[in-house]
Design a protein around this ligand. Structure first.
Ligand code: SAH
Length: 275
């Protein structure tokens, strides 16, 4: 299993807000059969739970090592590639992969030394738009249109199987680590906070709602996958933009104050002159 191919340890399965503990257990079993051990749970309704243990059918090590997170960004903090599994396109125009292509991409990233997440949604509601917005691409298992939704653990099984097939087809080469890996999720979130704050500071939105442009910018920068050095440059540019906005704001208020003084003085002179 993963000890034979250490790159696979960089792949994690993230279950977002799972409602049924049985599905967590069945997902752990599905992963374990294909050599994957890293399960992350975001705000599960019930866990640990006897039902999870029962359906894990012996994959107790996966359950015991499951990482618990309050939010999805927390689960993705160190990931440079996050692929969101969704049965439906939800108006989020992310690149879309089929499971086989997704597995090849995910494995290639893991082989380069990157941390990779496969993100699954809640059983009833699936992945919300703001959860998909944290992903670089979405993966759709090509089920039929009129009955498209697989059971959560079965969707996990499909991806685990495809990843194993990809790994068996392309065994680990002799150690290739990217020199400048893309920034992880936490660094990207810090960058987005700075970017969106700077857009406010320069009055980019001019009273319009920022949500659509923020989504587009997220998509653009997640696609670009900047590394740490590139993010530093971008932070530098944003910092300067904010500084200029502050200066411009100060100059404008100074000018307004000056005009106010001039007017007052002018009015005074006028009054004097009249006397
Ligand atoms: N009603 C939900 C389905 C939830 S099924 C919806 O329409 O989105 C629970 C999870 O299993 C989904 O969030 C997704 O991560 C995965 N899943 C189920 N069917 C899938 C499919 N055809 N393609 C990709 N992921 C799927």
């Amino acid at each position: 299993m993963s000890s034979a191919d250490p790159d696979l340890a960089r792949l994690r399965f993230v279950l977002t807000r799972p409602s049924h503990p049985g599905n967590i257990g069945a997902a752990a079993r599905a992963m374990r059969t294909m050599g994957f051990v890293h399960l992350a749970l975001v705000a599960p309704a019930r866990f640990p739970d006897p039902e999870a243990t029962a359906l894990a059918a012996g994959a107790d090590d996966v359950l015991a090592a499951a990482a618990m997170h309050a939010t999805l960004p927390g689960a993705l903090a160190d990931c440079t590639l996050a692929l969101g599994l969704s049965a439906r396109r939800r108006g989020v125009s992310l690149p879309e992969f089929d499971p086989r292509t997704a597995a090849t991409e995910a494995l290639a990233a893991a082989r380069r030394g990157e941390q990779v997440a496969l993100v699954f949604g809640n059983e009833r509601t699936g992945l919300e738009n703001d959860e998909l917005a944290r992903c670089h691409a979405m993966v759709r298992i090509p089920s039929v249109d009129d009955f498209s939704s697989l059971n959560l653990a079965q969707a996990v099984q499909v991806m685990a199987y495809e990843l194993r097939m990809a790994a068996l087809a392309a065994p680990a080469p002799a150690a290739v680590i990217a020199s400048d890996p893309p920034a992880g999720g936490a660094d990207m979130e810090r960058f987005f906070d700075h970017l969106f704050a700077a857009l406010h500071a320069i009055d980019f939105h001019k009273g319009r709602a920022p949500i659509t442009i923020e989504k587009r910018l997220r998509k653009l920068f997640l696609r670009a996958r900047p590394d740490a050095r590139e993010l530093r440059v971008l932070h530098g540019i944003l910092g300067d933009a904010e500084r200029m906005a502050r200066l411009a704001g100060r100059t404008a208020s100074e000018q307004a104050a000056q005009q106010g003084q001039d007017r007052a003085a002018g009015a005074g002179e006028g009054a004097d002159g009249g006397q």
